[in-house]
Design a protein around this ligand. Structure first.
Ligand SMILES: [Zn+2]
Length: 701
């Protein structure tokens, strides 16, 4: 039943019709955009762009082949596929292999926090979040690559966790181990780390069909139902109360598989005991931890499935809007070092927040079908995520910054600061990100395709992969998605294993892709509208090819002090510099070295306003074959020769009054700024390929 509905029925409540009607009202509230309508070609190919930006498409809410929201939960717009349905290919597979051979696949061998002495394995080590965090990325990675070495490690942890289940339903570190305080004075009985391990167990269940997971979760949720009234989510730590949306999401996952009515009662309690994320729009220092925020932003959306109240979906919109306006940065997330810290591009964002926001968006996409979430997800995945990580697969930033001219030891103006927050290392800054970063790429791969309520498949974000799934009347087919996206515009999807198999294919056309085109089996469809989903329903045969071209132009948006950030397709661009990497020997962990990064080149360039107003001809896009490691500048450890696979050549001007401040750039001057300097050729590259960069450029006139 890990990947099937059970025949049992949920408790009586509002009828599904009532919920669907409420959902429809929510959809209208979420977007004022008009409904784009059908452009049928009259051929065997039928296509309609019937799903406007921000507008969930709801057909009947249940996919015939994969667990969908069970009554009385509100039907979701899309249905996540079980882990293992989507497999990485191309450059994306190379990234996953790199992490499997690097830090993800070796962390337990070099970092005692997740080593054999961990409290979750019965040892006297860490009993809190670090083991579950690592598993939440390592286990999906093991299954995506079918890597025997990693599968053995993952199964060892899963078996230990399943064996820890007690007759009263409790699971995890127990007895003396759980009672002992860790160095962070956190009891092992804390509700929070179990929320992460529940995600791990769900992934294991989906990938293997191991129904022991369903028993453990059922028993544990009965335990929570009994215990939470006296020991609420915030009993042990602040984190449990802040992050209760994760717990609620796991309760809904199980409910969709077993239909046990008590789970909805538990859902009510969890929602009551969780931080009120809906309606938060004032900045109170100390209350906006960036990782909590990245997780909490989805909480009203998760609760919407149970409440059916469109105000809960609208609350997600309002939260994202407020965060973007008050703390937003162009790599797709907000500053948070660890508190939210305004829009200045010299403030950092923690790597945990990057991967948690991605997971939140992946869940929100299924719940609400809001295409704006797909675009934010691609922006974060293809900008903030690679920027946070070592191209040699052995470390990460604690904080990354849009304007970052030195990653060096020394103090910075962060709310929580260590001397080494901007370095690339295994444990520089603080160790949470060391354990948590691993979920980033694997979870993204898992969500490159969703099942749809009309028994088809939907691509809402893109990347090289293959998906194997049941469609239509239950036939299993395979879609091979060949692309260098996001570095290139063309996505080629080949159908395999179909023989007159009728099902719909849903393809998202991002709002930036004006002029996009789609052809099916050699036949060109009517031009799709940007910011919609094109639905193509036909009888598919083996070898049918869909070619999607998502036109990428250089676009500008305005940020801190009216500076300009430039984008190409889903990626943020940045002025890259020649990077000088040097090791910091006392921060090396096992074979994984820590680095400072500097540049000798000037960085104080602006972009001309005339070029932003008339971009045609101002920006030359140059592409080359995607190298083994596209997310690195020449000279970085792990870099391929030749540099990033795409660059944008344009003109910039030095801004002499923009001076260094300490080890960093000074405050970015207000734009536009009058400038008599001479034009110089500059090169912009993917932000995610850089460690030294200027992504928010002053505008010169
Ligand atoms: Zn962290």
């Amino acid at each position: 039943m890990c990947n099937e509905h059970s025949p049992s029925v949920g408790r009586k409540g509002l009828s599904r019709r009532t919920f669907v009607e409420r959902a429809a009202i929510g959809a209208v509230a979420a977007s004022a955009l008009p409904l784009a309508r059908a452009s049928a070609t009259g051929s065997p190919v039928e296509a309609d762009t019937s799903h406007g930006h921000g507008r969930p498409r709801r057909i009947d809410g249940h996919n015939s082949h994969y667990p969908s929201n069970r009554e009385p939960l509100v039907p979701s717009a899309y249905v996540p596929l079980p882990l293992g349905s989507v497999r990485p290919a191309g450059w994306l597979r190379s990234q996953l292999v790199g992490w499997a051979e690097g830090m993800t696949g070796r962390l337990d061998e070099v970092w005692p926090d997740v080593g054999p002495n961990n409290g979750w394995l019965g040892g006297d080590g860490d009993v809190w979040e670090r083991g579950p965090y690592w598993l939440d990325g390592m286990l999906p990675l093991a299954h995506l690559l079918q890597d025997p070495r990693l599968l053995e490690k993952a199964n060892h942890w899963v078996d230990a966790t399943l064996d820890s289940s007690q007759p009263d339903g409790y699971f995890g570190p127990s007895g003396e181990v759980a009672q002992r305080k860790t160095r962070r004075a956190v009891a092992g009985e804390d509700w929070w780390p179990k929320m992460v391990m529940l995600k791990v167990l769900q992934s294991h269940c989906e990938a293997t069909g191991d129904e022991r997971v369903l028993d453990l979760m059922t028993n544990y949720f009965r335990y929570q139902l009994r215990e939470l009234p006296a020991r609420p989510l915030g009993e042990y730590t602040w984190w449990g109360k802040q992050r209760g949306g994760e717990n609620l999401s796991s309760v809904h996952w199980l409910y969709n598989r077993t239909g046990d009515a008590f789970l909805l009662d538990l859902g009510e309690i969890l929602n009551q005991q969780t931080e009120r994320w809906a309606g938060r729009d004032t900045y109170d220092p100390g209350r906006w931890h960036v990782v909590n925020t990245a997780m909490g932003v989805k909480q009203p959306g998760v609760w919407y499935a149970q409440s059916g109240n469109p105000d809960d979906l609208a609350a997600v919109d309002a939260l994202i809007h407020w965060l973007t306006v008050t703390h937003g940065q162009p790599q797709g997330i907000w500053s948070g070092d660890e508190e939210l810290h305004g829009t200045d591009p010299r403030q950092g964002v923690e790597t945990c927040a990057v991967v948690e926001y991605m997971f939140s968006l992946e869940q929100l996409l299924a719940i609400a079908g809001d295409l704006r979430h797909a675009e934010i997800l691609e922006r974060v995945a293809y900008s903030a995520l690679p920027a946070a990580l070592s191209p040699a697969y052995g470390g990460r930033h604690y904080f990354q910054r849009p304007n970052q001219v030195a990653c060096t030891l020394g103090p910075r103006s962060f709310t929580v600061r260590h001397e080494d927050d901007t370095l690339i290392g295994l444990e520089t800054g603080y160790g949470c990100c060391t354990a948590n970063l691993h979920q980033g790429w694997p979870k993204f791969v898992q969500h490159l395709w969703y099942a749809t309520p009309d028994d088809g498949l939907a691509a809402l974000v893109y990347g090289p992969c293959e998906v194997t799934a049941k469609v239509g009347n239950g036939a299993e087919i395979r879609l091979v998605e060949e692309t260098d996206y996001p570095f290139d515009e063309t996505i080629r999807i080949t159908v395999r294993g179909a023989s007159g198999t009728r099902f719909p294919l849903h393809l998202h056309i991002p709002s930036w892709a004006e002029g996009a085109s789609i052809s099916v089996a050699g036949q060109r469809l009517a031009p799709p509208e940007a910011g919609t989903v094109t639905r193509i329903e036909r009888a598919w045969n083996d070898g049918d090819v869909v070619v999607l071209r998502l036109t990428m132009t250089v676009r500008a948006s305005r940020w801190h002090e009216n500076s300009a950030a430039l984008s190409l397709g889903p990626m943020l661009l940045a002025l890259g510099r020649t990077e000088k990497w040097s090791t910091v020997s006392d921060r090396q962990v096992g074979p994984f070295e820590a680095y400072e990064v500097r540049t000798d080149e000037p960085w104080n360039y602006g972009i001309r306003q005339a070029d932003l107003e008339d971009p045609a001809g101002a920006f030359e896009i140059v592409r080359r074959p995607v190298p083994e490691q596209p997310w690195a500048m020449p000279g970085a450890p792990g870099a391929s020769s030749g540099g990033p696979p795409v660059e944008v050549r344009c003109v910039g001007r030095r801004v002499p009054e923009w001076m260094p401040y300490g080890q960093d750039s000074g405050p970015v001057p207000w734009s536009p700024i009058r400038n008599e300097g001479s034009d110089e050729k500059i090169v912009l590259v993917p932000y995610g390929s850089t460690k030294i960069r200027i992504a928010e450029l002053p505008v010169t006139i």
